[in-house]
Write a protein that binds this ligand. Structure first.
Ligand SMILES: [Zn+2]
Length: 260
């Protein structure tokens, strides 16, 4: 299974998000904790589950049981652990997680993500936040109304001290760090390095310079440039430059060429 996507408001079951595998094959029907109202996602609300070292599967099952048996009305869309992401509700279904009331914007317009919390394991915690950031990016793609500044803390709606870990900088991970994680990961997704490359022109400063079929001396020679001529480089790899008009690569060390 490859990277997960969101289709019909559901993450790909067994798909990958960050370090996690998605579990999305048991979605909650309308019940005690799921009101069955339609959600048009405009925000993402970030939470911490509230108890340390309790695995995501426990929260996932707790929501399932509460919805069936009625011992708690709280609900949320996704539980993020370091190696698993559990989706409980379709993203176009309202959950009660923001605490701002039946008609609150948090409850009625945001997707709720609960994040597991670790008391001692910094590595697992980092993976939780990275998974959550990747998930936010998938959601922003699926729901264009969710802009980056519409990823908010639970605190934003009700002043509740949540997501507790980010608000209290556990392991030095805070809200600014998390938002930057989203920005950085999004940058990787939408701007591959090759598209950022700006072609430039070099002039050959040695008598002759070999053209090779690939970047590196182990590649076959396929031509030669001579001193004084200028050539456009359209890609770089390992100190070699790909020529625009000749089929091949040259060593772009300042020993051989000069930028024009
Ligand atoms: Zn919360």
């Amino acid at each position: 299974m490859g990277a997960a996507t969101i289709k019909n408001h559901v993450l790909t079951h067994n798909g990958t998000v960050g370090h996690a595998t998605v579990v999305s094959n048991r979605l909650e029907p309308k019940g005690y904790a799921v009101p069955g109202l339609t959600l048009n996602p405009t925000y993402i609300t970030i939470h911490n589950v509230g108890d340390d070292d309790v695995p995501g599967i426990n929260w996932y099952n707790a929501l399932h049981n509460a919805n069936a048996e009625g011992w708690r009305t709280a609900s949320w869309h996704v539980t993020v652990d370091y190696n698993k992401i559990y989706q409980s509700l379709r993203f176009n279904t309202v959950a009660w997680h923001a605490g701002d009331g039946k008609n609150g914007t948090g409850n009625r317009h945001s997707i709720g993500i609960e994040n597991c919390q670790y008391s001692k394991d910094k590595e697992k915690q980092r993976q939780v936040w990275e998974n959550c950031a990747e998930l936010c990016i998938l959601m922003m793609k699926a729901y264009p109304k969710i802009t980056k500044d519409h990823i908010v803390q639970h605190y934003y709606w009700t002043k509740k001290d949540c997501p507790y870990l980010l608000r209290h900088k556990r392991f030095n991970y805070d809200w600014t760090w998390f938002k930057k994680l989203v920005t950085d990961k999004q940058g990787n997704v939408v701007k591959p390095v090759t598209s950022e490359f700006k072609p430039y022109v070099v002039r050959v400063i040695v008598d002759t310079l070999n053209i090779r079929k690939g970047p590196g001396v182990s590649n076959e020679k396929c031509g030669m440039l001579i001193k004084g001529d200028a050539y456009t480089i359209i890609e770089e790899k390992d100190g070699w430059g790909k020529l625009k008009f000749e089929l091949g690569w040259i060593n772009i060390s300042p020993k051989y060429v000069q930028k024009v």
